[in-house]
Every structure is written in structure tokens, then in C-alpha cells.
Ligand binder design. Structure first.
Ligand SMILES: Nc1ncnc2c1ncn2[C@@H]1O[C@H](COP(=O)(O)OP(=O)(O)O)[C@@H](O)[C@H]1O
Ligand SMILES: [Mg+2]
Length: 248
């Protein structure tokens, strides 16, 4: 929940007049051009960055860094990982308490890691090194780390970047499954809405320097997307009833 929020970085206002509420249980696409402040929005929600004005509440509280109820996969996260780290060790970093010190995980923590790997469909490669996994597999492991502590809110910053069509489709399917499995609100930054349209219920879009929220159906319109991206966007409905967007 944002109420009159603006945010300043490096002396420049990134966006302002943010007043919106994301419904619990929604799967929200966060869209807007490069540099519009999508990642910044996540950093505010995580308590990693202060608002210059206004009030923010996430899961009923003022954001505070280290809130275990929020799972976060940063932009370019998997690309930045140490190559030799084992998938299950990465997931274990998401368990409260293991974050700030290298120690052996307990049997209970081990079981939680297994459970998280299983939930994202990565049980088969928990013992492999991240460098040995495909982009899609790496993204699953990163999501496992974000949910291992029973997150109620999942923030994914461009999880489909660098994935081919099949891998992106699989990650989108996974998001739908996570959503159905338990009450989790998911926010996903994406450049291309198309792969996500089957699971999105809502969008937060950064237009003309302000964040807005709307149900996805109100956002996937030619006028709004054309204005948002600054290039002609068409919205097409296929004979099967699927919506997709294309530029030009
Ligand atoms: N660490 C930082 N210090 C100063 N300015 C930043 C920092 N990170 C991002 N910015 C600026 O904030 C604006 C929004 O960035 P960001 O939230 O990363 O955009 P997006 O994720 O939508 O591409 C950009 O103008 C960017 O240059
Ligand atoms: Mg970003």
C-alpha cells in the first residue's frame, strides 16, 4: 500500500504521487520503461530505500529490511552468483538465521530446503552447482530461495530476462502453481507482458512519473500500452481467446 509516496535517488525524483493498494493474493505485473523505477518500487517495499514523502505499508507494516514474509529475487540475480555454489546451499541462504554466518544447516532446515526445491520443481538438481544449470533451472532455484522461509509476498525482478520461450513459459506456469498452492501475492517486473498474461490478475504501471494500479484487463489496452512504452502497441485476441500484445 502506497499513500502519497515519492522517491528520490541521487538527488533526482524517480517517481511521485504513488497512491495504490495491491490486493492480497494478486499476481501483479510491474511494467514501465527502463529507468521508470520498477526496481526502486521493490526496494521501497523491502525497506532498503526510504520514501521521500508519503506512507508505505507492506503486509500491514512499515517495510523493514529482513522481513522474512517477503521473498525477493533481484534483477540479474542468477547471473551475479558465484559459479560454484550448490543449488541447495543457495536455497539455504533464504532460511532465517543462516544468512549471516556460515554454519551447517540443521536437519529441519535441510527438510525446508528440500521442500522449497520440490515446490519449484527443482528437486532433481539440488546437489548440482548453479553453473551447471540452465537459465530456467537457475531461476527456479532463485525462487526456491525466496520462498523457503514461507514468504507471503514474492517480488521477482525480471525473472524472465535471458530465458528462451520454453523456459519462460515454465517459470510462468510455476508462478501460477505457487499462487494456487497457498495465499501468496506475487509481483513480477517484466519487459514483455505476453508470457505473463495467462497468470496476471493486476498490474502496477509507471506512467509519466507516477505508479498506478489496475486490474490487468484495464491495462492491456492499445492506448495505455502505447503511451506507456512510447511506441505503438497493438493488443490482439486470438481465436482461442488469448490476449497478446505486439509493437508496430
Ligand atoms: N543506486 C542508485 N543511485 C542513484 N540512482 C539510482 C540508483 N539505482 C537506480 N537509480 C536511478 O533511479 C531510476 C530508476 O531506476 P530503477 O528503479 O532501477 O528503474 P527500472 O527498474 O524501472 O529500470 C533511474 O533513473 C536510475 O538511474
Ligand atoms: Mg529494474
Amino acid at each position: 500500500m502506497l499513500d502519497g509516496v515519492s522517491v528520490v535517488r541521487g538527488g533526482r525524483q524517480v517517481w511521485s504521487d504513488g497512491s495504490l493498494t495491491v490486493p492480497a493474493g494478486a499476481v501483479v505485473g510491474v511494467i514501465g520503461p527502463n529507468g521508470a523505477g520498477k526496481t526502486t518500487l521493490f526496494q521501497l517495499a523491502l525497506g532498503l530505500l526510504p520514501a521521500a514523502t508519503g506512507r508505505i505499508e507492506v503486509l500491514g507494516r512499515t517495510p523493514r529490511a529482513g522481513d522474512r514474509r517477503i521473498g525477493y529475487v533481484p534483477q540479474n540475480y542468477t547471473a551475479a552468483l558465484g559459479e560454484a555454489v550448490r543449488a541447495r546451499d543457495l536455497v539455504a541462504l533464504g532460511v532465517t538465521g543462516t544468512r549471516f554466518g556460515i554454519r551447517r544447516t540443521t536437519a529441519a532446515e535441510h527438510a525446508r530446503v528440500d521442500d522449497a526445491l520440490r515446490r519449484v520443481g527443482a528437486a532433481g538438481y539440488g546437489d548440482r552447482r548453479m553453473s551447471e544449470l540452465s537459465g530456467g533451472q537457475q531461476q527456479r532455484v532463485a525462487i526456491a530461495q525466496a520462498i523457503v522461509d514461507d514468504a507471503e509476498l514474492l517480488l521477482l525482478d525480471e525473472p524472465l530476462a535471458n530465458l528462451d520461450l520454453r523456459n519462460s513459459h515454465e517459470i510462468v506456469t510455476l508462478l501460477g502453481e505457487l499462487r494456487r498452492e497457498r495465499v501468496v501475492t506475487i509481483m513480477v517486473v517484466a519487459h514483455d507482458l505476453n508470457p505473463l498474461l495467462p497468470v496476471l490478475t493486476d498490474a502496477v504501471y509507471l506512467l509519466d512519473g507516477h505508479p498506478h494500479h489496475a486490474p490487468i484487463g484495464e491495462v492491456v489496452t492499445e492506448d495505455l500500452l502505447t503511451h506507456l512504452y512510447g511506441t505503438r502497441v497493438r493488443v490482439v485476441r486470438t481465436a482461442q481467446g488469448d490476449l497478446f500484445t505486439r509493437s508496430g
